[in-house]
Design a protein around this ligand. Structure first.
Ligand code: GLU
Length: 277
């Protein structure tokens, strides 16, 4: 009996909410229950950028940027569905409509721009190497003949093959975290990707003192928010949100909170549309 009353009460509340939403909202995305949702692609295994925590929450700079943007688009945090988008899957996820946008250490490149569109950039990072604490790789060419680990579909792997060290023995996984045990156990000599990602790994408790960054700025990685090709309207809205995030101080706050623990020295906030080649 109690349960039935509660259900009936809930139904009344739902009906009222539905009416209120239908009358009061001008947002065409809202459905009658006020339960609109947005699906955002992030990384799940990159501390400081996009990380799924053991308690099921998500942390990192990309996550904070995504939350800020989503809020400006009219979505509360509980209306966000987070989805893992590994490096090689990002373009297809957007093309298929699996995600509404992607904030996942996603560099803006001409090749990718043929398939998807980007808002931003919102961060400038640089490719670097993570090596063992006693390692002595000091330049990109040192990698020729060495065993190197990176990720399929990343600019990091591509740059190694094209320019940095075409003769390196490159092992490619689906995610950077898969390279860490190999680096520790000397199966590979280095892990290469963006310096902000590497700094996040190096500062993790279980790796403290074991790894170091080589400190080479091997490339410029301009992080953008990926959206489906042709959605100019969404790109415009996201760019506006990113500008606000910088001007109201939220960008700097997010940088400090997420990169501070890894002592990562980030570049200043880029201007929208300003790609560093
Ligand atoms: N920023 C680079 C890229 O978009 C490397 C990091 C990553 O794979 O997410 O490919």
């Amino acid at each position: 009996m109690k349960l039935r009353q509660a259900t009936a009460a809930a139904a009344v509340v739902l009906a009222l909410t539905a009416t209120a939403t239908a009358c009061g909202s001008s947002d065409k995305d809202s459905d009658s229950g006020g339960g609109k949702k947005i699906t955002i692609g992030i990384k799940f295994d990159q501390p400081g950028l996009g990380l799924k925590e053991p308690d099921g929450s998500y942390s990192g700079f990309d996550v904070d940027v995504a939350k800020y943007v989503a809020q400006k688009l009219g979505y509360k945090e509980n209306q966000i569905t987070w989805k893992e988008t590994q490096s090689a899957d990002r373009e297809t996820s957007l093309q298929r409509g699996d995600v509404d946008f992607i904030a996942a250490s996603y560099s803006i490149t001409d090749e990718r721009k043929a398939k998807v569109d980007f808002a931003g950039p919102y961060l400038l990072a640089h490719q670097d190497l993570l090596i063992r604490a006693d390692g002595n790789i000091t330049k990109g060419e040192d990698l020729n003949g060495k065993k190197l680990c990176s990720v399929t579909g990343s600019t990091s792997a591509q740059n190694v093959k094209k320019t940095i060290a075409p003769k390196a023995q490159l092992k490619q996984y689906g995610a950077y975290s898969e390279c860490l045990s190999g680096l520790q156990n000397k199966v590979v000599d280095a892990l290469t990707t963006d310096d902000d990602i590497l700094a996040g790994y190096a500062s993790q408790k279980q790796y403290k003192g074991k790894f170091k960054l080589a400190g080479l700025k091997l490339s410029n990685e301009n992080y953008g928010i990926g959206v489906k090709k042709g959605d100019d309207k969404l790109v415009g809205k996201i760019n506006k949100a990113l500008e606000q995030m910088v001007s109201d101080g939220s960008w700097e706050k997010a940088v400090k909170a997420n990169f501070g623990p890894a002592s990562y020295k980030n570049e200043p906030a880029p201007k929208i549309g300003d790609i560093v080649k």
